[in-house]
Design a protein around this ligand. Structure first.
Ligand code: GAL
Length: 546
């Protein structure tokens, strides 16, 4: 990259690998969600022009990327990929210059396999990384989306289980090739979250990394991808210049209701996903334009702290979540998500996010709503994500104290539940977990002798592991969540749908569950079980608070 190269030459040192990163999530437009693998030059030029004409470019949507389908079979005599000369009569450098002339940035697309996704003869970059990186440099590329098809053989497009598909190696090779060219090229890893621990290796290589299989134009995709995104922020793997990519937006495609489009855009914004528009800008409905151009929501995404909102509370029986994150200027964003089809009013407890009171702005309503303190009723339409920005925050002084930790391995087990011991640093904090809770063998764990000084609803720190990743099931009903139920003192079981916890089946995640039915004394019991015949999450332990 230009700057590091210059410094290295001056110092006479070897050129060290660097990354071209944008500190805040990338914003732009990509052909795939509307034009699949059949983009052409007119489509790209018209939509690029429309980004400028509509003012979206001024709001930050700058990167224009022709996705799969831009190249033709074979390589030229220099071994370079070739633009399809029928659909992209100029392509390459001329297209790059055109996009730059509009004040936009030019995105390239390739992959670390034999062929591009969606084709069986258009070469991707495996084995040609340096040649291709040099070509992208010459064509004036500003970013590279690097996909994961045909990584094991020229015959299988998508592999979810093969270790090669989950390995960082091919992505590392292209990162190194990009570092040899004299141009800043932002690297978008599109590995889909295959294998394990992508949140550990991908942020070192690229500005963004896809955490999920493709978004599908249906509401259920939003739930699936939100559950898949949860661990990256919880594990602090995201931040400035490192963004978990929740995939391109389906706003404007007619797949979601207006409320759902706001939910989707708001959730992607507060989780600091790249915001890549996937609809035709030339046919963008006004209502969708209003969403994509909402400057206050965009500002949440582009906030300089780069802090992705985390899942703070989930009430599965009533189908709502609270997500929250820090913003610059000692502010916070709170997203209250209603997964329910119908409207409902929920009680938001600010102390859950460490706040006793704060000035609040309802972002979508564009209204300052004054000072909120303690608990607040929030009215939500079906599938609404209410976004609040909190400022002038008074922090909560009344923190809960831990009153005990109960390792799941010491609970009394029934049905198919078994204790699994884990390696060092795994299944924290106790180094073991229960597997096979729930399922058709009805695995259960009973904790007894839980102590509380008063009766009522308590916060339970629930240390669980879920790495049931929805890849092959992504367009179907795969949700990245697993159910667990808790029954307190013989009462009715209450269900929670928990998201992924980390990067494999040994990385613990914690959810604080607000659980009813405890009594004063030292003899409370909690039975943890599954729901239906499905396996529950694995369980490490529970911590009680009062
Ligand atoms: C997928 C990728 C999509 C799109 C598609 C093209 O692998 O995740 O974003 O690029 O390939 O066929």
């Amino acid at each position: 990259m230009a700057s590091s190269l210059a410094i290295a030459v001056l110092l006479g040192a070897p050129v060290l690998a660097t990354n071209a990163r944008t500190p805040t999530p990338q914003m732009g437009w990509n052909t795939y969600n509307t034009y699949s693998c059949t983009p052409n030059e007119d489509i790209v030029k018209e939509n690029a022009q429309a980004l400028v004409d509509t003012g979206l470019a001024d709001l930050g949507y700058l990167y224009v990327t022709p996705d799969c389908g831009w190249n033709m079979p074979g390589r030229d005599s220099d071994g370079r990929q070739q633009w399809n000369n029928e659909t992209f009569p100029s392509g390459g450098k001329a297209l790059g210059e055109y996009i730059h002339s509009l004040g936009l940035k030019f995105g390239m697309y390739s992959g670390g396999g034999y062929y591009q996704c969606g084709s069986s003869d258009q070469p991707a970059s495996l084995g040609y990384e340096e040649i291709d990186a040099a070509a992208y440099d010459e064509w004036g590329a500003d970013s590279l989306k690097y996909d994961n098809c045909y990584c094991t053989s020229p015959y299988v497009m998508a592999e979810y289980d093969d270790p090669i598909s989950g390995s960082p190696e091919r992505f590392r090779t292209m990162a190194a090739a990009l570092d040899t060219v004299d141009r800043d090229i932002l690297y978008q890893i599109c590995q889909w979250g295959v294998g394990t621990d992508i949140g550990e290796w991908a942020p070192e290589l690229g500005t963004s990394w896809r955490i999920s299989n493709d978004i599908y134009d249906a509401w259920r995709s939003i739930w699936r991808i939100a559950n898949q995104a949860a661990p990256y922020a919880a594990l602090d793997q995201t931040g400035i210049g490192r963004h978990a990519d929740m995939d391109m937006l389906v706003v404007g495609l007619g797949a979601l209701s207006h409320e759902e489009e706001k939910f989707h855009f708001g959730m992607w914004s507060i989780l600091k996903s790249p915001l890549i528009i996937g609809c035709a800008i030339v046919e963008l409905p006004d209502t969708s334009f209003d969403i994509l151009s909402n400057e206050d929501v965009i500002a949440l995404n582009q906030d300089s702290l780069g802090d992705s909102a985390k899942l703070i509370r989930r009430d599965t029986e009533n189908e709502w979540d609270v997500w929250a994150g820090d913003l610059s200027g000692r502010r916070k964003v709170v997203g209250v998500a209603n997964w329910r089809d119908g409207s409902q009013t929920i009680s938001l407890d600010l102390s859950d996010i460490g706040v006793s009171s704060a000035m609040a702005r309802d972002v979508w309503a564009a209204e300052d709503i004054g000072r909120l303190s303690g608990t607040t009723d929030v009215e939500l339409a079906g599938h609404e994500l209410k976004l609040y920005v909190l400022s002038n925050i008074m922090t909560a002084g009344d923190y809960l104290d831990s009153t005990g930790y109960y390792a799941a391995a010491n609970a009394s087990l029934a049905g198919g539940a078994v204790v699994t011991s884990c390696g060092s640093g795994e299944c924290l904090p106790v180094g073991s977990k229960l597997s096979y809770l729930g399922g058709s063998d009805d695995g259960t764990a009973t904790f007894s002798s839980l102590k509380f000084t008063s009766s009522g609803t308590k916060t339970i720190g629930f240390d669980f592991i879920n790495y049931d990743v929805a890849l092959a099931t992504a367009w179907d009903w795969g949700s990245n969540s697993r159910n667990v139920t808790l029954a307190v003192n013989g009462g009715t079981a209450t269900r929670w749908a928990l998201p992924l916890s980390g990067g494999d089946w040994y990385q613990t995640g914690r959810m604080e569950l607000v659980v009813e039915g405890f009594v004063a004394g030292d003899n409370n019991t909690v039975v943890v079980a599954g729901h239906g015949d499905y396996y529950a999450v694995d369980l490490v332990g529970i911590e009680t608070f009062e």
